[in-house]
Ligand binder design. Structure first.
Ligand code: FAD
Length: 396
């Protein structure tokens, strides 16, 4: 092996090139990058702070964080997991902080520190970087056709590593591999309810969300926005149900359990108040804000001037039903700031899980989001980029 080409100079491509050139200083390693600079996306990850990985503490099942690619990630995290990632960057001078939710960021709070660290490694390793070189196609003979400032060109390296990120697997359509249709994953929901949208900015710490008629459920913090719902619970649900929601044109009934508890628990919580002479609208459970409570009371068909002592068993049942099984119509998807991830890409059955080499085309390797792996937010997507890239650098 002497000549390796990596297509895509993002997180996975640059990490793979850095590690490969360290392990094999005598090889020629080149990166072909379509954009004017390397790692443009990495530079803006985590709102410019780069949520580089996650401690995975409290993650009971990998399927809950990797809706697609869970089994492969389980294997790869053994060989290159979050501690290995932090050690790799730590050995190169990066210090980290860990948030309560397990998200890890560089202490500098600056994604550019990660970019510069990788750039330095590429320079040390003598990696040849060709920016503004867009690969148009790859075939089963490993012929890479590209365009750049000089026009059209082609090369045929000894090994080819494709790390072009989400939504790009079509460059492999001449390779005869199974490509899973690519769709957005992390997004927020537009909701058809002016009452809820009027609560823009309200945060509810612990809700359970679901999609009616499915088993998709998520829990966590909910944020009400001027277009509908956002926050971690929504993003998680969008990731779990990405494919189903696309098939249903992003229309569905959203189930909201505002108290993240059972009907019985809600009954117990509120049942004690039935002899209370206070206004219902004025005494809300501590989990809910005053404004949200008033909207929910109205949704339960209860007069704003009604007192607890007037509510009765039927009224209580209506209120409990709204609190634990509220429903809203999703009328579309909205982007989560500028951040989204793609599900789909090269089917995982196409690669050897130990080496990430194509099963049908020897010498072709795939890493990062171009594979059908994607995660919820929290540093898990970048960890997938590091783990897959590291695997290839060590198996090639
Ligand atoms: C705004 C934003 C913030 C994010 N924040 C986080 C975060 O904090 N933590 C986290 O874990 N994940 C985050 N993600 C997700 C994470 O960035 C991606 O999962 C990760 O970058 C994927 O790495 P990759 O190397 O596979 O792809 P990319 O980083 O997308 O790199 C692919 C590269 O290939 C190049 N390319 C594409 N096609 C071609 C072609 N035909 N020829 C040549 N080059 C090509 C692209 O220009 C790009 O540079 C964020 C995503 C976004 C959009």
């Amino acid at each position: 092996m002497s000549n390796v080409v990596i297509i895509g100079g993002g997180a996975a491509g640059c990490f793979c090139a850095a590690e490969l050139s360290r392990l094999h200083p005598d090889w020629s390693v080149s990166i072909f990058e379509a954009a004017p600079v390397l790692m443009a996306k990495l530079a803006v990850t985590g709102g410019g702070r780069c949520n580089i990985t996650n401690t995975f503490e409290g993650v009971d099942s990998l399927a809950a964080v990797y809706p697609r690619g869970e089994r492969l990630m389980k294997r790869l995290l053994h060989s290159f997991g979050p501690e290995d990632c932090l050690r790799w960057f730590g050995d190169r001078g990066v210090r980290f902080v860990v948030q309560d939710d397990g998200c890890v960021f560089p202490e500098s709070q600056d994604a550019m520190q990660i970019v510069r660290t990788l750039e330095r490694e590429l320079r040390h390793g003598g990696v040849k970087v060709y920016c503004r070189r867009k690969v148009v196609s790859v075939d089963a003979e490993l012929t890479v056709r590209y365009t750049d400032a000089a026009g059209e060109g082609s090369v045929k390296p000894d090994a080819l590593i494709v790390t072009t990120g989400g939504g790009t697997s079509r460059i492999l359509s001449d390779c005869g591999m199974e490509l899973v249709p690519e769709l957005p994953s992390l997004f927020t929901f537009k909701i058809d309810d002016s009452g809820l949208r009027g609560l823009m900015g309200t945060v509810v710490e612990n809700v359970t969300l679901g999609l009616a008629g499915t088993r998709f459920r998520s829990s966590g913090t909910l944020l009400l926005t001027d277009w509908g719902v956002s926050g971690p619970a929504t993003l998680k649900l969008s990731s779990y149900a990405a494919r189903w929601l696309a098939e249903n044109q992003y229309r569905a009934t959203l189930l909201v359990n505002w108290l993240d508890g059972s009907e019985e628990e809600a009954m117990r919580l509120l049942g004690d108040r039935l002899s209370d002479g206070r206004l219902i609208a004025n005494s809300h459970p501590s989990e809910l804000t005053d404004r949200l409570w008033r909207v929910l009371v109205e949704r339960a068909g209860i007069r704003p001037d009604a007192r607890w002592s007037e509510l009765g068993r039927k009224g209580l049942a209506r209120l409990v039903s709204i609190l634990t099984a509220d429903t809203y119509e999703i009328i579309g998807r909205a982007r989560f700031k500028e951040e989204f991830v793609t599900c789909g890409g090269v089917a995982l059955s196409e690669v050897n899980p130990t080496t990430l080499e194509s099963r049908s085309i020897p010498g072709l390797y795939l890493a990062g989001e171009v594979l059908d792996i994607d995660a919820i937010t929290g540093g898990f997507n970048l960890q997938a980029a590091w783990s897959t890239a590291h695997t290839i650098a060590h198996s090639i």
